[in-house]
Design a protein around this ligand. Structure first.
Ligand code: 5RP
Length: 225
């Protein structure tokens, strides 16, 4: 989609020679990886760490030099998508099931550039069901706890079978009308046994680039209270 591509290509302009780059996951990031592949062919020298096997495969096909955390511990700049972005740049991520690796990479990055189309910008998070990565063992109990917390939890499936993440876990998508206090929800989720990580990204984004269907690209201003 054009709006996603515009945001992605704008973000790739921030990548400089010699950088270690984090590659997010999803359809928007795929445009960024494609663009980065073009720059690499023209001589740009970067090393990249991918947040999913899908992104890794695409990057490899395009000749992007891939490394792991055994090689580098600090990433200069990561480009990733999001399912929702609020005015404080809190995010819901994990629609593509890669939230755990995405958060590990985000936490190891000096800068996290979020690229979205305009449909992802919301006043309050919560319309998009919050993805939560859980250990398969006892996931039924974890689901009940999520229900008790006020969510409508649903196990993510594909063809009738649970979706398995790159880390061998399940994803539970948690419906709730509105997330009024993302920080509190984040903390209560991550305190729950059986939960590996949740899709709320709070305080990670350094910049949000939004592509619009009219062909424009703008940076989302951050609201500070
Ligand atoms: C994957 C993600 C993606 O960044 C998010 O789902 C957005 O995907 P897309 O760019 O395809 O709309 O968090 O885990």
């Amino acid at each position: 989609m054009e709006a996603k591509r515009l945001a992605a290509e704008k973000a790739v302009e921030l990548i400089a020679d010699g950088m270690v780059v984090g590659l997010g996951t999803g359809s928007t990031v795929a445009y960024a990886i494609q663009r980065l592949g073009e720059f690499v062919k023209q001589g740009l020298d970067v090393r990249a760490i991918a947040t999913s096997t899908r992104s890794e495969q695409l990057a490899r096909e395009l000749g992007i030099h891939l490394v792991t955390f055994a090689d580098v511990q600090q990433i200069d700049l990561t480009i990733d998508g999001a399912d929702e972005v609020d005015p404080e740049w809190n995010l819901i991520k994990g629609g593509g099931g890669a939230l755990l690796r995405e958060k590990i990479v985000a936490a190891a990055s000096r800068r996290l550039i979020i690229i979205v189309d305009e449909s992802k910008v919301v006043e309050k998070l919560g319309k998009f069901p919050l993805p939560v990565e859980v250990v398969p063992f006892g996931y039924q109990v974890t689901m009940q706890r999520l229900y008790d917390l006020g969510f409508s939890p649903q196990l993510r499936t594909d063809g009738g079978q649970p979706c398995i993440t790159d880390n061998g876990n399940f994803i539970i998508d948690c419906r709730i009308d509105v997330i009024d206090h993302p920080g509190r929800i984040h903390d209560s989720l991550n305190k729950m046994v059986g939960i590996v990580e949740n899709g709320l990204f709070i305080g990670y984004a350094s910049q949000v680039i939004v592509g619009y269907h009219d062909g424009s690209v703008k940076e989302l201003k951050r609201r500070v209270d």
